[in-house]
Write a protein that binds this ligand. Sequence first.
Ligand SMILES: Cc1cc2nc3c(=O)[nH]c(=O)nc-3n(C[C@H](O)[C@H](O)[C@H](O)COP(=O)(O)OP(=O)(O)OC[C@H]3O[C@@H](n4cnc5c(N)ncnc54)[C@H](O)[C@@H]3O)c2cc1C
Length: 465
Amino acid sequence: MNYKNVKKDITVIGGGLAGVCAAISAARNGKSVSLVQNRGILGGNSSSEIRVWVCGATKHGVNRYARETGIMGELFLENQYRNPDGNPYFWDMLLLEKVKDEKNISLFLNTEVSEIDLIEGEKENKIKSVTGWTIGAETKTKFESEVYLDCSGDGFIGALADAKYNLGRESRYKYNELLAPEKEDKILLGSTILFYTKDAGHPVKFIPPNFAKDISKTSIPKNRVIKSNDSGCCYWWIELGGEVDIVKDNEIIKDELWALVYGIWDYIKNSGNYDADNLTLEWVGSIPGKREYRRFIGDYVLNQNDIIEQTEFDDRIAFGGWSIDLHPEKGIYEESCGSRNIQADGIFHIPFRSTYSVNVSNLMFAGRNISASHIAFGATRVMATCATIGEAVGLAAAMCIEYKIIPRNLYMKHIKKLQQILLRQDGSIIGIKNEDMEDKARSASIMASTSLKKIEVVNSNDELA
Ligand SMILES: Cc1cc2nc3c(=O)[nH]c(=O)nc-3n(C[C@H](O)[C@H](O)[C@H](O)COP(=O)(O)OP(=O)(O)OC[C@H]3O[C@@H](n4cnc5c(N)ncnc54)[C@H](O)[C@@H]3O)c2cc1C
């Protein structure tokens, strides 16, 4: 076995969009970063391994002008330019390129962090190091840093550090949330496996595996829309696991999701209800996309009222605009619709205090595991929102190193500075004015060689020449 010891200013665990943006942000602010990802590619749920579409505050046009800026904006723009067809592999490569371009980032792929070395205090713990195992390289690596960012989605690293967290739904009375259940419970949003199809140009038969579920004997065809030409996230409703433990039961959930995917495909191909002779499966996921697990407790827990009332926190560092998107625990087997959406009147804000642990002094988090109630998480969890939180947390971690302080003290002493630097690096904090005297953009003027005289509006129903 090989042993390595890696010392960097900051260790980011988890290479989903939150972790990628956190690592890039910290690196661009001059700090050395270990980015440790247990899969062979970056992107988490947005990667070609899972293929969830990146959504954010615009909520498909509800908040039309609420497009994310900063690093997420950079990724959106570059992807639109290079990848107008939305090829999932091109997206993987874009993320990898962006990370590799940062000389301050050391990337560890296929490396699962599973151990921790902790200094236990009376009130607070401190992480000394975390250790990961690299699959295929028989290598154990110890990562030492001043600050650790748990961007693992499931929040495993924080759990190892005994960071406080919530799992499941809080009671209505805990944060005075009308959408929450009367009593707290362990219900979660379920996991999903997606699939893609293609027209082979000739008839292709499909013999289902023995384990495929016969969905004609279930309520699924009656209660869910199944179309032969749908692919990917159109099947977000193939959801299971809300009533069990999404992590501990992950393998059982995966097997059942496969049975459902192949059962749905059998139904499309062989029920006689669809014109699908030439269609074949092009890709089926092998890793369940997880929606929800631990949500850490920070100095503030974002809740339903903050989303609906659009609370303007003094320490806001990011914004979202997705609806409070709640799914029933029975997932695909729910008789009524697969999700309930409650939309705020516009965008909402995310406070810095929801991004660091209340009881582990050098632990921060970004992504779906931030300090939010189950109801608020229903709105914060979309990936472009996770990414903007990641950028802010990466910068904050860099500032903690610079000032030799813990995140809570950064909040107390330097929150305005954090917000101003975020604005300077093209982040959006809605309602906070750029007052940074050092930001040359404020006194810059723009010139263009040509300009558009007329905007052409094409009706989507018109035929294009
Ligand atoms: C089916 C489905 C549909 C969804 N629909 C949408 C949608 O349409 N649009 C949208 O924007 N969002 C959607 N979401 C939500 C969104 O995908 C998640 O909330 C989001 O991925 C969270 O981002 P993240 O970076 O926090 O976590 P993740 O994307 O989960 O990334 C975390 C990464 O950390 C890695 N990791 C975990 N543990 C370790 C460890 N111990 N060591 C090293 N690495 C580790 C994981 O492998 C993963 O790659 C959907 C989710 C699902 C499952």
